[in-house]
Design a protein around this ligand. Sequence first.
Ligand code: ZN
Length: 206
Amino acid sequence: LFPDQIKKFIEIFSKLPSIGPRQATRLAFYFISIGKNNLEEISNAVENLKNIQICSNCFFIHSNQDNLCNICSDKNRRKDLVMIVEKETDLISVERTKKFNGRDLVLGEMAKGGILDSVQKLRIGQLKNFIQKTCPEPAKGTHGAAEEIIIATNLTTYGDLNALVIRKELSDFSKKFSRLGRGIPTGGEIEFADEETLEQAIERRS
Ligand SMILES: [Zn+2]
């Protein structure tokens, strides 16, 4: 019934988050209906995402010439204060509050059993290197340590469990560990907290 182009489109778009075959089919007909110019604009917008890169330090996205994102190349931000988030969108929510002036690590979403996969271990390794290189040694330490690492996983049972795993992994690399303050509603997901709530959660971290 469908030409091959539409079949291919449905096959690819059905795999996208929160889109199934039915939505993909509707989207295909919508795209066909909007005309070539509008369609070209959409396909360019997708195409241009190819130029987005991942920061070699914190693994957030950027489109700069060097390998660092805007946060990591900002000299005014503290290097001894680190916030670890699971998703890029969590980082964006935190940045919107303008209440955090440290650096970040985007870890990637953790499995629900509090286990770090190989990519996450690599990212934590990169953070350890960064801390060793940029933070001074504490009195009794053998290598540099951050002043504080905020583990901003979601405030859910799994998020708490994941935070414990991350903290254990980094125990020698910070003088203090904290979590965002309670009060983030709807299942404790950082991404969905409104700005004011998140601001307070950052200020009331403990
Ligand atoms: Zn970065």
